[in-house]
Design a protein around this ligand. Structure first.
Ligand code: ATP
Ligand code: MG
Length: 384
């Protein structure tokens, strides 16, 4: 399934979002413009649907609704999310639409309640809450129907698409030094603390095939690295190992704690593209990578996502990444903060001036990135 459209009201620093999404979407904008917040909407939907998750927990993991609700919003309106999905590649595919409105009671138990939960299948409304049961017992509005297997039978494809959403923002230092963080505290492991457990728990044949594929790509970025494989240590802890050629005649074996940041980031990125089936969220995939490698990332990601029918949404401010010619303006979401009005999201293709620059031969890096630089960035030079 592909996410085709996203509508938001009062989500974090967005008062209003109305965004069409293709097979891939590149989100760009200044620091603190909401790129991570926009990715977080999809993680929120996954957190509602995931086994052992649910609406209350998804909100609790983000503090409470007052942290999620946009500060720029007037008074205490609903936080609203609506996504449209279709099966990929089918001309007559079913179109699904899922929408929720959330609010928090202002007094008493201050319960977080659904203002509504609605589902449409091909524009036919098949779930419309609150229903009579909800009106009889409003505690039911603390939970979505989506999070219950008994009640989501008529819209399982949405549930599955949400469950498949994956996100990894691998922090090499965490992977290298797992003892500096509490391994038990990280539920979803967004930063790759348990990345090696993930690799090792994959059935052997698949695991070896994936590592082999990753090694092939790595051979281009890090030519000295060969024979990437997994191996347990004396205590049975999983490790990645590779042969690292250097100036001495005998190449040495290295474990992941000796791999470079860029190597680990690239391994994480490639693994995520090869694993799973649904929407993949990538946060600044350019981090730690050489600019020459970054400029190849869009093509690399595309080649891996396409045959697997995966959708990718990534955030970036990399000149090298956006310097690639193949990125179309419909694939670029531009975030522009408007002070107390919150951030406005538009596609680069919606802007006439950008379209003209692109037609004139400019890349997204030339035509769009300058718009995302802070207006008084030159003052940083003068900072004392
Ligand atoms: N409920 C909210 N209402 C308004 N603004 C919010 C809310 N929650 C977070 N923000 C603001 O959102 C901004 C952070 O957004 P986010 O982390 O998504 O930025 P980003 O574009 O990913 O930045 P970077 O490039 O630095 O990673 C912060 O300025 C924060 O104050
Ligand atoms: Mg961010």
């Amino acid at each position: 399934m592909y996410f085709r459209h996203l509508k938001l009201k009062n989500w974090r620093n967005f008062v209003n979002v109305d965004l069409t999404i293709g097979e891939r979407l590149f989100i760009t904008g200044p620091n603190a413009s909401g790129k991570s917040n926009l990715l977080d909407v999809f993680r929120f939907l996954r957190d509602i649907a995931k086994t052992g998750g649910g609406l209350q927990q998804a909100v609790r993991e983000r503090g409470d609704l007052s942290k999620i609700r946009c500060l720029a919003a007037r008074r205490y309106p609903n936080v609203e999310i609506e996504v449209t999905l279709t099966e990929n590649g089918l001309a007559d595919a079913t179109e699904w639409r899922y929408g929720i409105g959330l609010h928090q009671e202002s007094r008493g138990a201050r319960r977080l309640l659904l203002r509504y939960e609605k589902i449409w299948r091909n524009n036919e409304l098949i779930l419309n809450r609150p229903d009579d049961d909800d009106r009889k017992d409003d505690w039911r509005l603390t939970e979505t129907h989506l999070e219950h297997l008994q009640s989501n039978i008529n819209f399982r494809p949405i549930d599955e698409a949400f469950k498949q959403i994956s996100y990894l923002h691998l922090v090499p230092q965490l992977l290298r030094h797992p003892n500096i963080a509490n391994r038990d505290a990280v539920g979803e492991d967004p930063f790759g603390l348990k990345f090696l457990d993930r690799v090792i728990s994959t059935p052997e044949k698949t695991r070896r095939a994936r590592l082999h594929k990753i090694e092939e790509a790595l051979r281009i970025a890090v030519p000295e690295l060969k024979n990437l494989t997994d191996t347990p240590d004396e205590r049975g802890m999983p490790h990645l190992e590779a042969i690292y050629e250097h100036w001495r005649p005998n190449a040495g074996r290295q474990r992941e704690d000796q791999f470079s940041d860029g190597t680990l980031r690239l391994i994480g990125l490639l693994w995520m593209l090869l694993e799973g089936a649904g929407l993949l969220l990538l946060e600044e995939p350019e981090l730690s990578l050489h600019s020459a490698v970054v400029s190849k990332l869009p093509a690399l990601i595309w080649r891996l996502q396409r045959p697997r029918k995966r959708q990718v949404i990534l955030s970036s401010h990399s000149t090298e990444l956006f310097g690639v010619r193949g990125i179309r303006p419909e694939e670029v979401a531009l975030l522009k903060p408007h002070g107390s009005e919150g951030t406005v999201v538009s596609l680069a293709s919606d802007k006439e001036e950008i379209r003209l620059l692109l037609e004139g031969g400019m890349t997204i890096a030339d035509a769009v990135l300058p718009l995302t630089a802070p207006s008084n960035v030159d003052q940083l030079d003068l900072f004392k």
